[in-house]
Ligand binder design. Structure first.
Ligand SMILES: Nc1ncnc2c1ncn2[C@@H]1O[C@H](COP(=O)(O)OP(=O)(O)OP(=O)(O)O)[C@@H](O)[C@H]1O
Ligand SMILES: [Mg+2]
Length: 474
C-alpha cells in the first residue's frame, strides 16, 4: 500500500455526539503535505458496522463497548468471524476493566478509556498506523490474502502470544516473523532465528537452552543458549515440525514456565522471550500420529498465520517482480524493464519455489540481460520450459535450443529451490532415490547458492554427512 494513502477507520458508537467528535478529530489529521491521514466511516450500531465490514475492508475499527443492542465485545467476536485480522480498539468507560481484559483476550488490539482524551486517542491510533507502516516496508504484497496477513501481523505484534507461521517453502515465513518483531515493542531488542531442522538433535538442546561447564564431553565452558541470548527480544523457531519428542517436551516447559534449564544445570533461569515458530509440515497429522505433542501444538498455534503460495497471489507476483528488479539492479546505471512476453511468462508460471524462486529468477535474468530489457531468453530455462507444457501432465517439447541435459538440470534445480535445498524432499518430488539425486547434483555441479541462508545447513548439503543429516530432518 502506498504510504501516503489514508488509512480507513470504522468508528462504531451508538451516540451521535461521540461519532461526530471522533469523525471531526480523526479526519482533521493531516500529513506534512496536507493530505488526510485517516478516511473515517461511522456506524451507529454493531449491526451497521457488520454490514459495512462485510462489503469493504478497513485498516482499523474503533468501537464503543457499551452500546444498545450488540455491545462492543459481541461486535468484536462477530468481526473476527468475518475477518480476524483487522485490529479493533475498544472505547470503554473508566472502571469496566474486567470487560477490557475479556476483550483483550478475545483479540482486541487495544483499548481507550472514556471520556476520551484527544491526545491519547491520536497516540493509540498513530501507534497502530506506524506499526502498519513498519509491516508495509517489510512485506511486499497487496493481494487480498497478503493484506490480511499484514493486518494480522500488526494485530499480533505487540502481544506476547506465540505465533505459528505456515506456508510452502519460500513463501516468506521468516520475512513475516521479522515483520512481527519489527512492529512489536521488542523492535530494539534481538531477533534470533534458529533453524531446528539444521541442528543435530543432540546439539539442539544446548543450542536453545545453553549448558553448564562440564555438562557433557566438549562442554569446556558454560554457554548461554538462544533463549537467554534472545532475552527481551524475539526467538524464531524455524522448521518446528522437525524437533524430536524429547525436545518438544523441553520446549513446552520453557514456553509454559517462561524459564529454561541449561543442559547440566539445576537452577531455572527466567527468560522474557517472544516465540514465533514456522513450519511447512502438516502438524495436524503429525499430532494424530503422535509424532508431535498435542499440548505443544496448541501452545504454539495460539495465533496461526497462513501465507498462501505465490501462484495464488497474482497481484503480488507483479509487485514483487518490480521490487526485486529495483533491489538487484540498484547499482546498474540503466533502468531495466521487462519485455511483455517475459512478463507474461512470469505472471503465468506456477512458482513452486514461491517468492524465493521469483527473486532468484529475476536476479539471474538481470545478469543475463543485454540492453535495458529483460527478454524471455534471459529467463531461467525451467520457467521457459514450463510455459511450453499445457494442461495436466501433458508435457510438450521444450523450446528449440534447450538440450535434454539442460532440462534435466533445470528440473533438479527447480526441485531443490522448491524444497529449500532439501535433497530428500527434492528426490521425492522427482520420483528419484536419494542416491540418484545426489549423483545428479554432483554431475551437474549444483551447489546451494550462498544467498540461501544457514551455515549449519550447508553441512548437510556437502560432503559425506549429506545423507545422514538430510535424513535426520525427515
Ligand atoms: N512479501 C515479501 N516481500 C519481500 N520479500 C519477500 C516476501 N516474501 C518473501 N520474500 C523474500 O523471499 C525469500 C524467501 O522468504 P523466506 O525465507 O521468508 O521464506 P520461508 O517461507 O521462510 O522459506 P523456507 O520454508 O524455505 O524457509 C527471502 O529472501 C525473503 O526476503
Ligand atoms: Mg524459512
Amino acid at each position: 500500500m502506498n504510504a501516503m494513502s489514508a488509512r480507513k477507520i470504522l468508528v462504531v458508537d451508538d451516540e451521535k455526539n461521540q461519532r461526530e467528535i471522533l469523525q471531526l478529530i480523526l479526519s482533521g489529521e493531516r500529513d506534512d503535505d496536507g493530505a488526510a491521514l485517516y478516511d473515517v466511516k461511522t456506524a451507529s450500531s454493531g449491526q451497521d458496522a457488520l454490514r459495512f465490514f462485510r462489503s469493504e475492508s478497513f485498516d482499523l475499527v474503533l468501537t464503543d463497548l457499551k452500546m444498545a443492542g450488540m455491545d462492543g465485545i459481541q461486535l468484536l467476536n462477530e468481526l473476527s468471524q468475518i475477518d480476524s485480522s483487522t485490529p479493533v480498539i475498544l472505547m470503554t468507560a473508566h472502571g469496566s476493566i474486567d470487560s477490557v481484559k475479556e476483550a483483550l483476550r478475545g483479540g482486541a488490539f487495544d483499548y481507550l478509556e472514556k471520556p476520551l482524551d484527544r491526545a491519547k486517542l491520536l497516540e493509540v491510533i498513530s501507534q497502530a498506523v506506524s506499526q502498519m507502516r513498519a509491516v508495509d516496508e517489510e512485506i511486499v504484497g497487496a493481494s487480498e490474502p497478503m493484506e490480511r496477513v499484514k493486518k494480522m501481523i500488526v494485530k499480533v505484534a505487540h502481544s506476547n502470544s506465540t505465533v505459528l507461521i505456515r506456508g510452502e517453502s519460500g513463501t516468506g515465513k521468516e520475512r513475516v516473523a521479522r515483520a512481527i518483531h519489527k512492529a512489536s515493542q521488542r523492535v530494539n531488542e534481538r531477533f534470533q532465528a534458529v533453524n531446528c531442522a539444521a541442528i543435530n538433535e543432540n546439539l539442539l538442546e544446548s543450542e536453545l537452552f545453553g549448558h553448564e561447564k562440564g555438562s557433557f564431553t566438549g562442554a569446556v565452558s558454560e554457554k548461554k543458549g538462544l533463549f537467554e541470548i534472545a532475552d527481551k527480544g524475539t526467538l524464531f523457531l524455524d522448521e518446528i515440525g522437525d524437533i524430536n519428542v524429547n525436545m518438544q517436551a523441553k520446549l513446552l516447559r520453557a514456553l509454559q514456565e517462561k524459564e529454561i534449564l541449561r543442559v547440566g544445570g539445576t537452577r531455572p533461569i527466567k527468560v522474557d522471550v517472544r516465540v514465533l515458530a514456522a513450519t511447512n509440515r502438516d502438524l495436524e497429522s503429525m499430532v494424530k500420529d503422535e509424532r508431535f505433542r498435542e499440548d505443544l501444538y496448541y501452545r504454539l498455534n495460539v495465533i496461526p498465520i497462513n501465507i498462501p503460495p505465490l501462484r495464488q497471489r497474482l497481484k503480488d507476483i507483479e509487485l514483487l517482480t518490480d521490487y526485486f528488479l529495483r533491489k538487484h539492479s540498484a547499482n546498474a546505471a540503466r533502468p531495466i524493464k521487462i519485455s511483455p512476453d517475459a512478463k507474461k511468462l512470469i505472471m503465468e508460471y506456477a512458482w513452486p519455489g514461491n517468492v524465493r524462486q521469483l527473486e532468484s529468477a529475476i536476479e539471474r535474468a538481470l545478469l543475463l540481460a543485454e540492453g535495458d530489457e529483460i527478454t524471455i531468453e534471459d529467463m531461467p530455462v525451467e520457467i521457459r520450459a514450463a510455459s511450453q507444457t499445457e494442461g495436466a501432465g501433458g508435457f510438450k517439447l521444450p523450446p528449440e535450443g534447450i538440450s535434454f541435459e539442460d532440462l534435466e538440470k533445470s528440473l533438479i534445480l527447480q526441485a531443490m529451490e522448491q524444497t529449500g535445498w532439501n535433497i530428500t524432499r527434492s528426490a521425492k518430488l522427482l520420483g528419484l532415490s536419494f542416491r540418484t539425486m545426489q549423483y545428479r547434483l554432483d554431475k551437474f555441479g549444483i551447489k546451494r547458492p550462498a544467498r540461501i541462508k544457514g551455515s549449519a545447513e550447508d553441512e548437510d548439503f556437502d560432503e559425506n554427512n549429506a545423507e545422514q543429516s538430510d535424513l535426520s530432518s525427515l
